[in-house]
Design a protein. Structure first.
Length: 142
């Protein structure tokens, strides 16, 4: 029976494998260490959930809660959603997004995320869950 739960310190080894896969095998030791520390720090406003089944972590989701203009409530940016390849197409990603949405329903004004336009599986899932906005993302490295 799969359950969605908050990340805890003892998840580190399994989390790191999924985190590395999420980052296409590129590990920045400092970024990984800081990300993990933020996930465990209740004051960091960076949070994490895992999907677990029979003691095995199948996927992770990281999210950032922050204030926004135009609304009194905070918003949730779902920054990372990753499911191990062997567990895909089993409803794990949908379960994690729906869990997060239910958790934030009375706390946040909205939840939002980005997805690669060429990731057809993600696009299909997200189309069924949310409303696609026709914006382009621009980034300036500083």
């Amino acid at each position: 029976m799969m359950k969605i739960r908050e990340i805890v310190a003892s998840d580190f080894a399994e989390w790191l494998v999924l985190w590395d896969e999420n980052n296409m095998g590129v590990r920045d030791i400092d970024v990984s260490a800081q990300t993990w520390a933020r996930l465990l720090d209740n004051d960091a406003q960076v949070y994490g959930l895992v999907a677990e089944d029979r003691g095995e972590i199948k996927g992770l989701v990281h999210y950032v809660v922050h204030p926004t203009t135009g609304h009194l409530k905070d918003v949730c940016y779902m920054q990372d959603l990753y499911v191990a390849p062997q567990f895909r197409e089993q409803g794990v990603a949908r379960a994690m997004v729906e869990y997060l949405a239910k958790y934030g329903r009375n706390k946040w004004a909205r939840m939002y995320w980005l997805a690669d336009a060429n990731n057809m599986a993600a696009q299909a899932l997200y189309k069924s869950l949310g409303k696609r906005l026709n914006f382009t993302l621009h980034m300036m490295a500083l």
